[in-house]
Ligand binder design. Structure first.
Ligand SMILES: *Cc1c(COP(=O)(O)O)cnc(C)c1O
Length: 430
């Protein structure tokens, strides 16, 4: 499979090159040259396939022959080492729980897939390494640290804003050791992000083979389409239309869902639910794409002012605004509305949703008025424990600590403090 840059000013590359580079040389995001719908008998027989088989059929054309079939299947097996339960929260409203992986956020899927692809592509390079450089506001760091731990030929450097991530998140990214290094930045998330971008542009760091593990990287982004297929498999026998709502920040998840639809998955409508970082909802209102600096909210993994994957969604709809609005809505919700929803879901449905899932729920409920006979699914993107400091006081509950989290809580934090780009560069060169 060939990938082209959405800035249209860089050579087309293979899957391998796109994964290793992350971003094209013209700073554009990579996009697959073709998306070929899967054959009808795949959908007719999907209930007889395992998750691993479904994932293999879904992703194979995007990898092509660049990873041998047997190895691609192994990578998928290791990626999908946990369950994706669908819980009926209210009649016809389901929570698709994506948080049963090692770091309890959906990003585990993409991080595990990408790390193993990179390891395969590096297998013969004995003396050169790839360095994955990633800025995190919380969840990405933990998933990348866990997903890449012990992967040969790959060094991981995670930048996080000092004092701005939760204790659990900090432990998840600072305690693993081995090939994972954590840099504690004296600043906010945007400062981390700026340093990372600067490093990617820095010619003098070329020999470090820097790549990104954010959803701009196709190997982190594309596997996120798997769970839309899993939900379809579970709900198919009800024979109803499906509406999906994704709590959205960088819009990687929802964009992967739209790829699944392009592959033939019968999804009637997508809702991108956001917190008050409402660049996309405003765009759908007035047709003007006007990114703003991000605003801090209780659903902090979605505090994104300029969603990097939205350009991929636009590419899929070209200029067909009518079709786009037919398939896609986007709604914004305040923290106050999110808290009220969390309480209602808990008190009426006896379900604990964390703030991101609750934003997804709100957008879904709003859209379901237009699809009264459909089934609605919201993605629950993290385990409530990851946001216990928000969830516990709102719901007045004490959450038990799951084993995955317990195991890191007692480990010792190891991080290096940095405050300037020069500090980062010195660290990378040391
Ligand atoms: C990253 C994240 C999101 C946003 O996903 P995007 O693909 O960036 O839109 C939502 N919820 C949680 C818990 C996350 O960690």
């Amino acid at each position: 499979m060939k990938y082209y840059s959405l800035n249209h000013n860089a050579p087309k590359v293979s899957f391998k090159e796109a994964v290793i580079q992350g971003l094209a040389t013209d700073k554009g995001l990579y996009f697959p040259k073709t998306i070929t719908p899967l054959p009808q008998d795949f959908f007719d027989n999907i209930e007889n396939l395992s998750n691993e088989e479904i994932a293999f059929h879904a992703i194979q054309q995007f990898v092509g022959d660049e990873i041998p079939t047997a190895i691609l299947k192994e990578i998928i097996d290791e990626t999908l080492c946990f369950d994706f339960p669908l819980v009926e929260v209210e009649k016809g409203i389901y929570s698709l729980e994506l948080f049963h992986g090692p770091t309890m956020a959906f990003k585990d899927v993409g991080a595990r897939f990408m790390s193993r692809c990179l390891a395969y592509f590096n297998k013969d390079k004995k003396d050169s390494k790839n360095t994955v450089l990633v800025a995190t506001s919380g969840d990405t760091g933990g998933a990348v640290a866990s997903g890449f731990l012990g992967v040969a030929g790959v060094e991981v450097v995670i930048l996080y804003p000092s004092g701005k991530v939760s204790d659990i998140q900090e432990k998840q990214l600072t305690t693993l050791g081995q090939n994972i290094k954590a840099l504690e930045v004296d600043g906010v998330f945007d400062d981390c992000q700026d340093m990372v971008k600067k490093a990617f542009l820095d010619e003098s760091l070329k020999h470090k083979n820097l790549t990104s593990a954010n959803s701009i990287n196709i190997a982190r982004w594309l596997p996120q389409m798997f769970y839309f297929f899993f939900a379809y498999k579970a709900l198919k026998k009800q024979n109803k239309e499906l509406v999906f709502s994704c709590p959205s920040g960088n819009f990687g998840n929802i964009c992967a869902g739209i790829i699944a639809k392009k592959l033939g998955l019968p999804i009637v409508h997508f809702v991108a639910s956001t917190n008050v970082n409402d660049t996309v909802p405003r765009f759908l209102e007035n047709g003007i794409y006007d990114p703003k600096p991000s605003i801090a909210t209780i659903s902090n993994a979605m505090d994104v002012g300029n969603p990097s994957n939205f350009i991929r969604i636009q590419e899929m709809y070209q200029n067909d605004l009518e079709q786009f609005k037919n398939d896609f809505s986007s709604y914004t919700f305040t923290d106050e509305e999110t808290k009220i929803a969390m309480k209602a879901i808990f008190e009426i449905d006896s379900y604990i949703a964390e703030p991101h899932g609750a934003v997804g729920y709100l957008g879904l409920k709003k859209e379901m008025k237009n699809y009264p006979n459909a089934i609605g699914i919201f993605l629950e993107t993290a385990h409530p424990i990851k946001f216990f400091d928000v969830v516990e006081p709102i719901l007045k509950v004490k959450l038990p600590i799951p084993a995955q989290i317990e195991s890191v809580m007692h480990k010792e934090k190891v991080s290096t403090k940095v405050s300037t780009y020069e500090d980062l560069k010195a660290f990378l060169e040391s």
